[in-house]
Design a binder for this molecule. Sequence first.
Ligand code: MN
Length: 334
Amino acid sequence: MTTSRIIAVEEHVATETYLTSAHRLEAVIEERIEVGLTRTVEGRDPLRTALTDIEGRLASMDAIGQTMAVLSINPPGVQPYTAADAAHLAKSVNDELAEIVGRNPTRFGALGTLPTQAPAAAAEELERLMGPLGLNGVMINSHTRGHYLDEPQFEPILAAAEAHVAPIYLHPRFPGVLGPYDAHGLQGAIWGYQAEAGLHAMRLIFSGVFDRHPGLTIVLGHLGEGIPYWLKRVDNRHAFATRVPGAAGEMPRLELTPSEYFRRNFAITTSGMGDPAVLDLALDAVGEDNIMFAIDAPYEDSARAIGFLRTAPLTDAQRVKVSHGTAERVFNLR
Ligand code: MN
């Protein structure tokens, strides 16, 4: 393994089918804001071009020395639509992602999108995209109409992900309870995103999902969505709640400590986080075997992200793993 190989794993694209669907399909009412964003993207160059122009993406990867990108459809994926529309759109979009990878197999991998509002169809689609389509996992954009993956209706998706060794990249979106974030523009990447994705990950841990699915891998962006910062306190409070029944509401018995699940069942990426102090914290929390480089193109500056990777205070062995080694293992990349 060499450090000259660089793989970024949270790299967004959009296809024509996906963008035009934002105009054509009826979103469920509480999802209008994010579909509105997609509609805005459709008419707005240069963001539109940055998302749809695959040759341009390759050129910008070449310009900064990036070997590979693991692509995903622009958030919030197909989750704002009705179940039937989402199931149909997910298939088209996953076919298109597979086609892009097929044309450039040494430069691209891809994470499929799932119609989570139709869990049985989503589980079937997961099997198809990990099998015949040869994709590398799935991206789920946090809650589905205010519902979280630890709820029983999503069990088929978790079971399929474990069975087909499909890592689930749990990407942020606007919080499921939007009200308090609505003021002052805090719904999105500035604060609401990581609050939402961090909460979702904690729900997975504390609901016992990983006792039922010990082989499941969840990928979090933004160096773990705040969890590495809180992990020792979470262990401490979990231990307290275990010692003092009733102290923490309905916390179920778990086989492991929260931090043991975080190290076993999670991998995290550097998307949007160019802070060496936070990277240090993340290394302490999960180690370099569970940290991957990501840019979050086209929303973050690729050159600056690569600069961070090259200069971050890592040993040579750590840098090799963060640059590509961990991603190759987690996403089964050639
Ligand atoms: Mn992103």
